[in-house]
Each structure stands twice: as structure tokens, then as C-alpha cells.
Design a protein around this ligand. Sequence first.
Ligand code: ACO
Length: 321
Amino acid sequence: MTGSRLLGTGSALPRRIVTNAELATRVDTSDEWITARTGIRQRHIAGDDETTATLATAAARAALVDAGVEASSIGLIVLATATPDNTFPATATKVQAALGCQGGVAFDVAAVCSGFLYALATADSLLKTGMARRALVIGAETFSRILDWEDRTTCVLFGDGAGAVVLEAPSGDGGGAGILGTKLHSDGDHHDLLYVDGGPSSTQTVGHVRMRGQEVFRHAVVNLSAVLKEVLEDTGFVPADLDWVVPHQANARILDATARKLGIAPEKVVVTVQDHANTSAASVPLALDVARKDGRIKAGDLVMLEAMGGGFTWGASLIRM
Ligand code: ACO
């Protein structure tokens, strides 16, 4: 059975852009090093008046406009983030209040960079049960607030932003459009390769991102190509059938290596890492929105979303637009 249908997308970015050259005035790095190793040229960094909730709300509003539906028709909000405004309540409930969605259900999911894939799968499953007719699925982050700005091995890699989609429960009249298949995975054995060294229950601090980059890189290419294959096999497609791949935007080299491993043409891969850097849970819906709004992704296209993040967590979802 085809899953929930995607009615619209939206995104939001902080006003302030920080280039590699500006970063090089603060830490011992260079535009050449960052560009060559990651493909990143700039990132957006949240100002004092911008938070995960404000970015998420702006992205959600844009998605509602794109979908042509009212906030009052949304019965479910699932928001993926590793950088909530508060330890509790869920940032999703702040978005719910800001949008004026009365009633319904709103909660956060934590799967770091794979968060949007986890949120999408959760919303799709709940919509199929009849819990709600329409959902907002949001990935939103202010990773700049958990970076160690003196650690050049991590602070150059991340940025802030939000992306959102409006999903509608399957109704049988979508003409084949909708989520065709999803696979999620987690492996808690790799906690120490990518984590935040703080939290309410351990240190009573927010903590900073810590990462063993080369090892994460190796796992990312292996896990992402495996999960893509799994979703293709389950749904009866082959890589050549894909119109677009919208990957988590961590590093241009990971995107290249994964596409090469599967024999996917590089021009079918949506790449925004140069403009946004790694926005964690926001990166997939942000890239999806960019590619829809600039006319690359069209109705009827077969699109693979994929991501991997701390935990490790990883997953992929195949959608007929
Ligand atoms: N500027 C200049 N030099 C640097 C910087 C920097 N910002 N950071 C590290 N270096 C130096 C290192 O100190 C090292 O110097 P040395 O050779 O004198 O010891 C040298 O550059 C090479 O460092 P490596 O770590 O070997 O560089 P590598 O080619 O592996 O690139 C990178 C590092 C970009 C982090 C890469 O490993 C990577 O992208 N890994 C994946 C990370 C990732 O994508 N994480 C997120 C995925 S999951 C998620 O999104 C949460």
C-alpha cells in the first residue's frame, strides 16, 4: 500500500551567513581546507532572536502555503531535532502554539542527523492508523549552540536551519504518489564516534559535539549505500529508476562516494552542503525544498531521501512525488 502523500515543502534559514573566510579569522582553518575536505563554502548561524522553534515555525508556515492547506487542518506535528529550545516541553508544542493548531498531537524525535527520516516514518505510520488526516514533519536545528567554537575539527562542519513537509494520510486517490518504502536502523555500539559530551541527566550542561570524523565517514558510506539498496530491493526499483536522491548534507565527499558505490549519476544527487553546511535533522527537508522550488524535483518523480547520524542512526525513504 502506498503511504502518505507529500502535499508541500518549506524551509527557513537564519539571516546571518558565515563564510569559510570569516571562520578562518576565529579558528586555525582556511577556506581551501574546508572546501577541499567537505565542499562547504558557507553556513547560516542563528542570531539571538532565532531559535530552533522560530526556524521550525517559519519552515512549517512555508510548507503550509506551498501545500495550500490551513494550519487548523494539521492534527499531528512531529519535529526532529537534537537542539530543542528547552529540555522540555517538546519544541513541536511551541510550533503548534505559534501556528495556532488547536488540538491534535505534537512531539519531538531525537535521531540527530537521521531525525527527519525517523520523523517522516513515525508520521507516516500514525497517519496510516487514522490518528490524523494531515501532519507537519519538521527537521530543525541550531547546531551552532552545541559547537565547540575552538575545535576546528567540528565547528567548520555545521550550520543552522529548518525544513518541513506537509503529509496527508493515504486515501487511494493519490494516483500512486506517496511514500513507497522506508527503512530505519540504529546501532548504539558507535556512541563514542559522534556524540554530545553533556546532557541534563549526565552533566547538567548542554555539552558540545564530539566526533571522530574519519571513522564516521567510513561508516556513513557503508551504511547509506546498504540502506538505499535495501529500500530499492523492497520496493522493486533499481538505482537507474531514481529521478533524484536527496541525501543528508554532511560532506560532499560522502555524497559522491555513496552515489558512486550504487552507480547513481552525480547529476541526480541534490547537493546543498556548499550553502548550508551540515544542518543535522534539517538538512534533508531543506535540500528537498530547495530542489522542489528551483524546479528540479517535479510531481511524479521518484525521489530517495537518506541520512545517517549520531547513535549511529540511519535510514532511507522512497517517495513518488
Ligand atoms: N582546518 C584545517 N585543518 C584541519 C581542520 C580544519 N578545520 N580540521 C582538521 N584539520 C587537520 C587535522 O588536524 C589533520 O592535521 P594533521 O594531519 O596535521 O594531523 C588534517 O587536517 C587531516 O585531518 P583528518 O581528520 O584526517 O581529515 P579528513 O580528510 O578525514 O577530513 C572531516 C575531516 C572533514 C571531518 C571528514 O573526516 C568527514 O567529513 N567526516 C565525516 C564527518 C561527518 O560527516 N559527520 C557528520 C555525519 S553524521 C552527522 O551529520 C551528525
